[in-house]
Design a protein around this ligand. Sequence first.
Ligand code: C5P
Length: 220
Amino acid sequence: MAVWAVLVAAGRGERLGSNRPKAFAKLRDRPLLAESLERLEASDWIDSIVIVAPPGWEEPSILLAEELACTKVVACATGGETRAESVRAGVAEVGDDAAVIVVHDAARPVLPDEVLERVLTALNEGWDGAVPVLPLADTVKRVRDGRIVETLPREELAAAQTPQAFLASALREALGGDLAGATDCASLVETRGRVATVPGDRTLLKVTDLSDLELVASFL
Ligand code: C5P
């Protein structure tokens, strides 16, 4: 059973205020992408890796993989306009031998191997997909035009992280459908199949602005 990882790194990262894409912003002295790539390469749970690079950044991504001696990287796809389109481009490069596809955000550099273990164990238990989640600290409101229209029951809510793991067939089928509005892969699969939650990890924080970069650096 081959497990492929699709590492999506094609976001623009405008909120970082840099002239380079987020995946190439500096985390300590290396591009952000290096950290998650190295961790996927080192993980015994992962057999092959596809990187999804920002348009025009395919070559630097491949060079980085070579510098890090990443023997598991088999392809580098060009990202799309949205995250879901980038995932679709990456999954198109995944081999026919894949039983499971793990999709991970390069913007979450500190990837603990235990979380990979948790999502893959859930698939072995018969789920179609598995997502690491954290409980919410804040109360969540539905807001329209500045007015609160609903308060959602917090005990039913969770914040979804990556890595998200799916049976390859389930993810491929979901990506064949409408991708509009999908901000993660689970939202595409959960309407068709059974997606489990597993405990996430605070270190899997997604880097969106400069202060996140500093916080994530403190986790290294
Ligand atoms: O934009 P957001 O923070 O949701 O991005 C999550 C992940 O998806 C990041 O790793 C980013 O590089 C990736 N992404 C992508 N292609 C896009 C938008 C985001 O690969 N068009």
